[in-house]
Design a protein around this ligand. Sequence first.
Ligand code: NAD
Length: 363
Amino acid sequence: MTEKIKVALVGLGNCFSGLIQGIEYYHKNPSQEIIGIIHDKLKDYSIYDIDFVAGFDVGENKIGKTINEAIYEYPNMVNWIPKDQMPKTDAKVHESPVLDGVGIWVENRVKPIESGKTNEQLQEEIKKILKDTGTEIIVSYLPVGSEKVTQFWAQICLDTNTAFVNCMPAFIASDKEWAKKFTDKNIPIIGDDIKGQVGATIVHRTLARLCDERGTKIEKTYQINVGGNTDFLNMKEQERLVSKRISKTESVQSQLSERLDDEKIYVGPSDFIPFLGNTKLMFMRIEGRQWANIPYNMEVRLEVDDKANSAGIVIDAIRLAKIALDKGLGGPIIPASAYLMKHPIQQMTDPVAKTELEKFANE
Ligand SMILES: NC(=O)c1ccc[n+]([C@@H]2O[C@H](COP(=O)([O-])OP(=O)(O)OC[C@H]3O[C@@H](n4cnc5c(N)ncnc54)[C@H](O)[C@@H]3O)[C@@H](O)[C@H]2O)c1
């Protein structure tokens, strides 16, 4: 029997709630197994082989609860499985340092616990929890703009020999210096910024590549995204968005044979519409020219549950981090990062990245 992959989660918001409730959904509906999963198995690991052994957050209403209770706490809004039907777990939510985790727009929704512990005390406490729980992989679902908190957790990974899956756009796996630290210590890292299953980025980059490969010239393109959860509320703070914009824009630019001038491409989270909840709407337009310089354009409207979108990919990232650990490999895991993340250290086309990822997993 395959041993369970021991994972700790940082940031128990809507994305993690969707990930763990999704696993329970498949448990309760085994006949649905093949719907919504790219890889039923990766090497020997199925989606049931993941054990979430600890959680870390700042919310006073989440800390101290078990992770299966905390995921239902305000302001989370994923309710795919009724709370009383989630299995019991001993895994608890512990305190993470606040640092730059809570932005101005969400501070009336996320109330950090006031324990009076210093960051140094928390660092020691966290290391002990990771050791006691046998954590092998840390997954970060921190809010956009949490640059310092992400670096804190990356350093924890380096200090404790724990693999890192970075689902948000603070650049660690794609930053040369951080990547080198993970390579030097032979610790696997997959990142940065998860590329949703059928999200705005994969749709936009696939269509942009199609237009490019078919010999047309793209002249302008935009992608506007709106949603109604805390992620979108937080992203109203423009200063927190710098790396998110780079991550999303570069993901599209990387698929073009010739880069578009900066003023010809706009990609970004654009507004918060409260009643949308976890529904994300994406509006995309490409304008270009084809045979005989004749203009064309296309528009796409995508409506998708933002949380299902992230979970369907992170479930693979966790298993691939474990496979890297099993193989004794460290540093950025390139094909996994290129296929699953928007901002990897090395971009590839998606079909090539998928083939390489499967070769990596199964050889
Ligand atoms: N949905 C997708 O497809 C997708 C794609 C790419 C990236 N992401 C990213 O994933 C991340 C998580 O998204 P979400 O919707 O779950 O966000 P969320 O706002 O629902 O959850 C964030 C969680 O982090 C916690 N937190 C805040 N500061 C913290 C700190 N210092 N330490 C530990 N925890 C802290 C909050 O209390 C909250 O529980 C975001 O950065 C989002 O942009 C999501």
